[in-house]
Design a protein around this ligand. Structure first.
Ligand SMILES: [Fe+2]
Ligand SMILES: [Fe+2]
Length: 305
């Protein structure tokens, strides 16, 4: 998976949207502007503040990005996590730039919530991020394409969870409903589907993780659809899956969506040489012929066009 908010290779600085940095107390990192000759000039130092009218003035002057040092990426993402919705709604930044910020926040939330033990604070952070992501996806035509373009092969539970969340939202929108609650539910189910793997990451074929995950999510008060997806994401259309060998429509709809996306990411990410998306889709079709609802599979392939 590509790094969220990748640094400029020449300067090591990272471009971030103008929105989101203002009005949240003093800066805990310096903020720069890039000149026409690509030099970085300090705009506000650590310990100062940026007011919204100053941002608006910069925008009027043609400035489109602030720049931060690469080492301040984590501090930036924590600072803007609570204003993510505001940032994603601010069209002064391109949808690609906003999707990049979303991706960074999503990875941070997943990395910090899906390690050790998922707790209520982690659930709240996950829900807040997913609601912002699903609103963007439903609001802007090119948002899903921008989100999808940021995803690559996953090499951690956090990356796999974010990829599954983003693709599950795109698939749910096309295959289930344009309803915001359904899309957000699919995103949250995708993000949390492997909660049962936390603490058991080294177990290769961990058949118990689906039921363990469902129990943990139920204990934390997650919605029934999210819990059901954790339990049933390894069930297969032809009854060949686990833990109960459910078939066809007896597999809950969001679990079907998450199960297909999950299987795709495992194929895409597990190959020793980098697979192209369409090769991974072909491998998936060959390996799990009959394992997925054909209509759902067709809709999934169309997401990559
Ligand atoms: Fe799983
Ligand atoms: Fe998974």
């Amino acid at each position: 998976m590509s790094t969220a908010l990748a640094a400029d290779p020449t300067t090591g600085h990272v471009a971030v949207p103008l929105c989101g940095i203002t009005g949240r107390g003093m800066l805990n990192f310096p903020v720069y502007l890039r000149t026409a000759s690509d030099a970085m000039v300090l705009y506000r130092d650590q310990g100062s503040q940026i007011a919204e009218d100053q941002v608006e003035r910069l925008f009027q002057e043609g400035v489109r990005d602030f720049w931060i040092r690469g080492e301040d990426r984590g501090a930036y993402l924590h600072r803007i996590e609570c204003s993510l919705g505001e940032i994603l709604n601010d069209k002064r930044a391109s949808v690609e730039r906003r999707a990049d910020v979303l991706h960074g926040v999503a990875l941070t939330v997943a990395e910090e919530s899906l390690q050790g033990r998922l707790d209520r604070e982690g659930v709240v952070r996950a829900q807040r991020m997913i609601v912002c992501a699903s609103s963007l996806l439903l609001r802007e035509t090119h948002a899903f394409g921008a989100m999808r373009a940021l995803l690559g092969a996953s090499d951690s539970l956090a990356q796999h969870s974010v990829t599954t969340a983003f693709l599950a939202m795109g698939l749910a929108r096309q295959a289930l409903s344009f309803d915001a609650a359904t899309v957000a539910m699919a995103g949250l189910a995708g993000l949390l589907h492997d909660t049962g793997r936390i603490g058991h990451e080294d177990v290769g074929d961990d058949a118990e993780h689906a039921q363990r995950g469902e129990a943990a999510l139920r204990h934390l008060g997650l919605a029934p659809d999210v819990c059901a997806a954790a339990k049933a994401h390894h069930e297969r259309h032809d009854g060949s899956g686990s833990p109960h060998g459910l078939r066809d429509c007896s597999i809950p709809p969001i679990a079907r969506v998450v199960g297909l996306v999950d299987a795709f990411d495992e194929v895409y990410s597990a190959q020793p040489t980098k697979l192209r998306v369409f090769d991974a889709l072909r491998v998936l079709a060959d390996t799990w012929s009959g394992g997925f609802d054909p209509n759902l599979s067709t809709t999934f392939v169309k997401l990559f066009r």
